[in-house]
Write a protein that binds this ligand. Structure first.
Ligand SMILES: *Cc1c(COP(=O)(O)O)cnc(C)c1O
Length: 433
């Protein structure tokens, strides 16, 4: 097999076969990463092949993940893959958001266009393929929402039983609705995300259930193709910055790995800098970065309305830190108000996204104002999830009824309130001019 699992802290000494069911090193406890060991195909031939596949009707070729399968050489064949035509997400110009952020131009890569409405699908198609390759029949995850929606869909599509654990009262409605609709066995636990993750890791081992949290290195592999697809869409001309929200930091780890491999394979000649944005009330990675990377202190009471990034003890922080340093990147925090307003601006572009995604634009604006990002630089913001994931938030913002986690009312800066009118054509005509 042209790939193996290596412990990131001890890559020379701790190596494991790909068909072992492990998530962290049983020796040192270190996170694991898949290392590609086979021969590297030529870059130009690969780029041509990947372009040609866009015109194919083969489901593997139509997937925005499996189109790039030379970078995912984990099984003798791809017969275990379950695809729902994930990926293929657009890179969109957003002039109004650019002006808001103080940039000449700005593009968004919108992962909310995925089959279940978030970037989790890019990783889940790969994680579920591995579950099936291992002969597992049940898969589990703990999730603030999008991971469970995605896992439920891919597991059910692939004939596996999905079991999801959700923190009580902490999940956006659209996401829970999806998990139920896609047939997940759903368990609500009276504990926060980080506590439940520890619980589920124990249960997975005891009951022989395959764990599909972002600790799972196969999910990271699927998500790395988001960067590959982006570069393909940009004709392999790297932007100066890629800006994304950070929660458990799996996506940061995945993006960095994708960029490293594209450099190694000669697909790009320089990498963009990664900027990771966290919500103020849930920003242990910002603290770590500001401390010079020396000391990680989990936040035991993470708080933010952006539930997808409400994570106080992100499992992938060692990988993410390595990737941020590797691209000369930065890490920044934004307030609830900044997220809410940035989200409304993305909406006004006709694009829309869920709250966590808007941290990207809020962060870009802050980094431009601080002189870290220059106005003429090429920036791609990652929008991680779909606007309909959290409709309650949207309605409250626009009607001036959105409170932050401390009960402080947020300003409805770009609010768009419905107007009550009489059943009277003259009155309505007068109103509309
Ligand atoms: C999962 C998720 C995030 C956070 O990604 P991490 O990989 O955990 O850092 C951000 N936004 C959305 C919409 C998500 O679903």
């Amino acid at each position: 097999m042209p790939a193996e699992l290596v412990a990131i802290a001890h890559p020379e000494t701790e190596r494991f076969p790909l068909d072992e069911v492990i998530y962290t090193s049983p020796v040192s406890g270190s996170l694991l990463e898949i290392q590609l060991t086979g021969e590297r195909p030529g870059a130009e031939a690969l780029k041509r092949l990947w372009r040609e596949r866009r015109m194919s009707n083969d489901p593997l070729d139509r997937s925005g993940v499996w189109r790039y399968r030379e970078l995912l050489p984990f099984w003798p064949d791809f017969g275990h893959v379950v695809t729902l035509s994930e990926g293929n997400t657009p890179v969109l110009e957003a002039p109004h958001a650019a002006a808001f952020a103080g940039l000449d131009t700005l593009r968004f890569k919108h992962q909310g266009y995925n089959p279940t409405g978030s970037f989790k699908d890019n990783g889940m198609t790969c994680g579920v393929a591995q579950a099936r390759a291992l002969g597992m029949t049940r898969v589990a995850c703990v999730s603030t929402g999008n991971t469970s929606a995605s896992m439920a869909a891919y597991a059910s599509a692939g004939g596996l039983q999905p079991i999801i654990f959700i923190p009580n009262g902490n999940i956006a409605y659209g996401k829970l609705a999806q998990a139920l609709e896609y047939g997940a066995r759903t368990l609500q636990v009276e504990a926060n995300f980080d506590q439940i993750l520890a619980l589920v890791r124990e249960l997975a081992e005891r009951l022989g259930i395959y764990l599909l949290n972002s600790i799972n290195p196969f999910r990271i592999e699927g998500q790395k193709t988001i960067m590959v697809e982006m570069m393909d869409q940009m004709d392999w001309q790297a932007p100066d910055w890629v800006v994304l929200p950070g929660g458990n930091l799996g996506n940061t780890a995945a993006f960095g790995k994708g960029l490293r491999e594209m450099l190694q394979w000669g697909l790009i000649d320089r990498a963009p800098r990664l900027a990771v944005i966290q919500a103020e009330g849930s920003s242990p990675f910002v603290d770590l970065f500001q401390s010079g990377g020396c000391e990680f202190t989990p936040n035991t009471k993470p708080e933010t309305l952006a539930t997808a990034i409400k994570i106080g003890d992100p499992v992938s922080w060692p990988k993410a830190l390595h990737e941020v340093y590797g691209t000369h990147g930065v890490v920044e925090r934004v307030t609830e108000q900044e997220i809410a307003d940035a989200k409304a601006v993305i909406g006004r572009c006709g694009i829309g996204c869920e709250p966590a995604s808007a941290a990207s634009l809020a962060g870009i604006r802050k980094l431009v104002a601080a002189g870290v990002i220059q106005p003429q630089e090429q920036v791609v913001g990652i929008l991680t999830g779909h606007v309909l994931k959290d409709p309650d938030y949207v309605y409250r913002y626009h009607t001036g009824a959105l409170d932050d986690p401390h009960g402080q009312r947020l300003a409805s800066t770009f609010g768009n309130r419905p107007t009550v009118v009489p059943h009277d054509a003259d009155a309505i005509a007068a109103l509309l001019g």
